[in-house]
Design a protein around this ligand. Structure first.
Ligand SMILES: Cc1cc2nc3c(=O)[nH]c(=O)nc-3n(C[C@H](O)[C@H](O)[C@H](O)COP(=O)(O)O)c2cc1C
Ligand SMILES: CCCCC(=O)C(=O)O
Length: 367
């Protein structure tokens, strides 16, 4: 069930979450597209990496803060946007927001959240007045719908927008097909989608995905908001270059947790080429398969400024609500600081690509 996970705090919460969740919701949270190859590879690819520590550098305890567009985070571990938190726990996104704020990190709240963005930001700001919440957006084919969503995110106090670009169409997920899980159950709604242009008062619009969207739509968005815009779901270095030309504030290397293109590579394998293409011009973030501090540090060494975690947060939420999310974030933050110390790093940027090696392929044969 939890094969491959060590018996640590996060592993324990995973097990507890699996036991507690309704089976169809568990499959929605856990599952991926197609044969779930990308889903498994995200985790396995980290397992293939080893870290080469530097010694006697007099680094002292590491400073783990990171500067990001519209945010300063106490740890390089952010909460990736995931849909439908109220299916994991009745407190839903409010609980996640409170835990992320308490951890001093960024919550990227999903357009498909079961709590409206203004309530998510308010929950975070109750805990910490300067909490940073970013809004994840699927550009809508109707520009007036996109505009209304952006105004909501701005008015709520979000400090950046994250445009998910890896979903020209919804991924095909066998588990959801088997369970007939294609909609929220009665009593739950994608609250951000309520009362938008084209929807009858009080009703919610479906989130549309469209393969007709292009960089023109992204440019249009940028012209209509002062918020920094990050693009999520970039895997090709040429797209990273285009995105920078379009003035994005950051990139998120992601394969949507293996839920979209199953043939996509593991994100940590895509990262070095993206980092090379970006060459430090904007922050590069990564999500997919991050399960430990060593994974975080490997991603940082390969060029990421920070990482996002999706499923581990949902495990914490499903198992223990706000306290569970707090435990997951604290565990990852502590592990990250510990591994940075063991690697002799002063801070999250004090690492280089040469400190990451591929197990079994490094050593005598390579010298
Ligand atoms: C249940 C679930 C729902 C998700 N919903 C969204 C979403 O609404 N928007 C989005 O951009 N990404 C979504 N993602 C993808 C995550 O943002 C992130 O890319 C992925 O979960 C990272 O991989 P990890 O779960 O291995 O940490 C979702 C992922 C999961 C597992
Ligand atoms: C329209 C809901 C989007 C959820 C999502 O992105 C996912 O399940 O991966």
């Amino acid at each position: 069930m939890t094969a491959g996970l060590p018996p640590d705090a996060i592993g324990g919460l995973h097990e507890k979450a699996l036991a507690q969740l309704d089976p169809a919701h568990r499959d929605f949270f856990e599952g991926g597209a197609g044969r779930e190859t990308a889903l498994a590879e995200n985790v396995r690819a980290f397992g293939r990496l080893a870290l080469l520590p530097r010694v006697l550098r007099g680094a002292g305890p590491p400073d783990t803060t990171v500067e990001l567009p519209g945010a300063r985070a106490a740890t390089p571990v952010l909460v990736a946007p995931t849909a439908f938190h109220r299916l994991a726990h009745p407190d839903g996104e409010r609980a996640t927001a409170r835990a992320a704020a308490a951890a001093g990190t960024v919550l990227i709240t999903a357009m498909a959240a079961t709590t409206a963005v203004r309530d998510v930001v308010a929950a975070a700001r109750e805990v910490r007045a300067d909490a940073s919440v970013w809004f994840q957006l699927y550009l809508q084919p109707r520009a007036d719908v996109t505009d209304a969503l952006v105004r909501r995110a701005e008015e709520a106090g979000c400090t950046a927008l994250v445009v998910t670009a890896d979903s020209p169409v919804f991924g095909r997920r066998a588990r959801d097909d088997r369970n007939g899980f294609h909609d929220l159950p009665p009593g739950y709604a994608a609250e951000n989608m309520r009362d938008l242009p084209g929807a009858a008062p009080g009703t919610t619009l479906d989130i549309a995905m469209s393969p007709a969207l292009s960089w023109d739509d992204l440019r249009r968005l940028r012209e209509r908001t002062a918020l920094p815009v990050l693009v999520k779901g970039v895997l090709h270095p040429d797209d990273a270059r285009i995105a920078i030309g379009e003035g994005v504030a950051g990139l998120i290397v992601s394969n949507h947790g293996g839920r979209q293109l199953d043939a996509a590579p593991a994100t940590v394998e895509a990262l070095p080429r993206i980092a090379e293409a970006v060459a430090g011009r904007v922050p590069v973030l990564l999500d997919g398969g991050v399960r430990s501090g060593a994974d975080v540090v490997a991603a940082l060494a390969l060029g990421a400024t920070a990482v996002g975690v999706g499923r581990p947060v949902l495990w914490g939420l499903a198992a223990e609500g706000e306290a569970g999310v707090a435990r997951v974030l604290a565990e990852l933050a502590e592990q990250t600081a510990h591994v940075l110390t063991l690697c002799g790093a002063r801070d999250c940027a004090d690492l280089d690509r040469g400190q990451v090696v591929v197990r079994g392929r490094w050593g005598v044969a390579d010298r």
